[in-house]
Design a protein around this ligand. Structure first.
Ligand SMILES: Nc1ncnc2c1ncn2[C@@H]1O[C@H](COP(=O)(O)OP(=O)(O)OP(=O)(O)O)[C@@H](O)[C@H]1O
Length: 639
């Protein structure tokens, strides 16, 4: 059994192996693959290759959605930068004025123009410094808000996506999206974006000023932009591909890391450390290689762009010197023009760096947008229907499977078409060999999946018509390994009903028989389960899980009985608790023990996805079929 209503981390319940992927050495199912590695070519699932279908324009609309609520601040930042750049770009003009007017005036003992130049230059420096400070502050607020919002969106969205998604995507990839991909966006917003706007603004200012100063120089600057533009575009195209691969490669490293640590027990038990090291080293190397490629691409760009820029400056200086010598151009104008040209070409290296972070961020944004564009495969109904009130005389609700067929997305049909009705208030034990389809039926009833065909009904209402809140109130699934969240024991029990009082929590724990062990913990009900998790045994965890379910008081309870045996007193305590929690509701128990089957009103025997025997346990024993054999084997095993 694999699922839980209590939020087992995605990798924890990955015990299924998609047919095309070999089993992972860690005991989890998915071998993370990096593009270009042999394993990647063996899998056909896009999820495996970290390629979620991303609708066209999804990245852009995500960026718009993130920036729209902050549009005023973005506007202020842009205006501040506009004025700041005007102040910065004034200085070469002042140099031209100083050379062409100030120096001749000084020769005539007129200090006025040079003093004016000094005052204006001082003012410009002060204004540009102050505005730079203001810009950094406003821009940082915008970027922090955007990142906060984005991380929240990823987390909230991940929680809404169906189990089907998590089983295929893996938690490692999700973590990679919320950390490394968000981080590369941060780099763009904090460092790159200011750089880009500054470069664009200064290019516009400089070109206009150059044209105003001297037509010829202005035209030369515009013409030299042609080859630079071609260089930038080709760099952009090549690095876009590289950055997407890089984001996938680092996600694969994180997936492998997470998978190994999640399965550290089987890893150590089966001595998988070495093969794991080798697999990890392969992924790590792949990431390193892709990273190296991006740096190389950047180096190529920087060298060629400098070559173009320096050639342009040299040509213009030669031409300008010739014109000054022949009296066609003032020396100050040449000096200012050369200063402007340097300023125009200097940021081109930095533009490459910006394009780098832009590409990384664009690739990351695309992956995040692809994730956010995923829709739950078990969607909320547009117009939810309420369940009828539970009849006091007959607790629990009737469960019916009508013409249900089911296939997982990554495999063939698991449950061929079947009909099944479970009367309200009955306890139904489901038995059968491993892989028979017991968990799948339970998952359909808990609506972790929707049937491929047919309907699952709760008191006559299709599960697809129930709101998630109504469904979770009505149907609760308790898994073998009761998952404990960080927090106290009381908080863990209260997950069943968050508004429960301490008395209600303790009453549930008492009814289950968990009160004594809980009060024996160092801080009783307030013991932090994570800090002292070691003290809570497997059996005690199950009791906490039962108390949680009892408090939730659902009309239908699905219980996956643990296969691992506890010691005899622990076993008895769990069995007693189970009887308490099953009472007064419809219960479906995936049974692995004789004692559980004996308390059931009805037993379903499954084989190859079909219900092959169905009836009260006593009848099935006398019928001498599969259940009778199983029953006999159980009896012999308990002596
Ligand atoms: N997420 C999944 N994706 C693809 N196939 C799956 C998935 N989960 C289960 N299966 C397949 O569906 C079939 C039924 O599995 P299911 O988990 O329902 O069996 P089970 O009777 O509960 O087994 P067990 O007692 O071992 O838990 C198996 O062949 C299994 O490989």
């Amino acid at each position: 059994m694999t699922t839980t209503t209590t939020g087992l981390p995605a990798d924890d319940h990955e015990d299924r192996t998609p047919p095309a992927v070999p089993p992972s050495p860690t005991g989890g199912s998915r071998t993370p693959t990096a593009p270009g590695t042999p394993a990647a070519s063996r899998t056909s699932d896009a999820f495996e290759q970290d390629l979620l279908p991303t609708p066209k324009g999804a990245s852009r609309s995500l960026l718009r959605a993130l920036l729209a609520p902050r549009s005023r601040r973005v506007g202020v930042a842009a205006a501040v930068l506009l004025v700041q750049q005007a102040a910065v770009q004034a200085s070469p003009l002042l140099v031209a004025y100083a050379i062409d007017r100030g120096v001749p005036a000084l020769r005539a003992d007129d200090y006025g123009p040079l003093i004016a130049v000094a005052v204006v230059a001082g003012l410009c420096a002060a204004v540009s410094g102050a505005l730079q400070f203001a810009f950094i502050q406003v821009a940082a607020r915008v970027s922090q808000d955007v990142l906060l919002d984005l991380r929240g969106r990823i987390f909230r969205h991940a929680q809404t996506l169906s189990l089907d998604f998590h089983e295929r995507y893996t938690s490692g990839r999700l973590i990679s999206r919320a950390t490394t991909d968000v981080e590369s966006l941060r780099e763009l917003l904090d460092e790159g974006l200011q750089e880009l706007i500054t470069v664009i603004l200064s290019a516009v200012y400089i070109t206009v000023t150059l044209i105003w100063l001297d037509w010829g120089f202005g035209a030369a600057a515009v013409v030299s932009a042609g080859p630079l533009y071609v260089l930038i575009r080709s760099y952009q195209r090549r690095s876009q591909r590289l950055y997407s691969t890089k984001s996938t490669a680092i996600a694969a490293v994180i997936v492998k890391f997470g998978e190994t640590l999640n399965g550290i027990r089987p890893v150590q038990a089966f001595r998988r450390e070495r093969p794991n090291d080798a697999a990890f080293a392969g992924l790590n190397r792949h990431h390193e290689r892709v990273n190296g490629d991006t740096i190389l691409e950047m180096a190529r760009y920087v060298v060629s762009s400098r070559l173009v820029a320096n050639t342009a400056v040299a040509a213009i200086v030669l031409w300008g010197a010739y014109r000054v010598a022949s009296g066609g151009l003032a020396l100050g104008v040449l000096a200012a023009s050369v200063l402007y040209l340097r300023r125009l070409y200097d940021p081109i290296d930095r533009l490459g760096m910006f394009l780098n972070s832009y590409q990384a961020a664009a690739a990351s944004l695309e992956k995040i947008a692809g994730l956010l564009a995923q829709r739950p495969t078990v969607p909320e109904p547009a117009e939810p229907v309420a369940l009828p009130a539970v009849a006091a005389a007959r607790p629990g609700r009737e469960v019916a499977f009508h013409g249900v067929r089911f296939a997982y997305r990554t495999g063939g049909e698991v449950l061929p078409r079947f009909d099944l009705t479970l009367a309200a208030g009955t306890t139904v034990a489901v038995v059968g060999a491993t892989g028979a389809g017991k968990s799948t039926i339970a998952k359909l009833l808990a609506r972790f999946y929707d049937p491929t065909e047919g309907r699952v009904l709760l008191d006559g209402v299709d599960l697809r018509e129930l709101s998630t809140a109504e469904l979770r109130r009505g149907v609760v699934m308790v898994t073998q390994e009761a998952f404990l969240f960080s927090g106290t024991v009381a908080e863990n029990i209260a997950i069943g009903r968050p508004d429960a009082t301490r008395e209600e929590i303790e009453r549930a724990a008492r009814a289950i028989g968990a009160h004594d062990f809980i009060t024996g913990l160092p801080d009783g009900y307030d013991t932090d389960v994570r800090k002292r998790g070691g003290r809570i045994s497997a059996g005690q965890r199950q009791l906490v899980g039962f108390a949680r379910a009892l408090l939730a008081d659902p009309a239908v309870l699905i219980l996956d009985e643990a296969t691992s045996s506890l010691d005899i007193p622990g076993e008895r305590a769990v069995q007693r608790a189970m009887t308490t929690v099953l009472r007064g509701r419809t219960a479906v128990v995936i049974a692995h023990r004789l004692s559980t089957v004996e308390i059931a009103d009805r037993v379903l025997v499954m084989s190859g996805g079909r219900i092959v025997e169905d009836g009260p346990p006593a009848e099935l024993i006398t019928a001498r079929g599969r259940f009778a054999d199983l029953h006999q084997a159980w009896r012999e095993s308990v002596g």
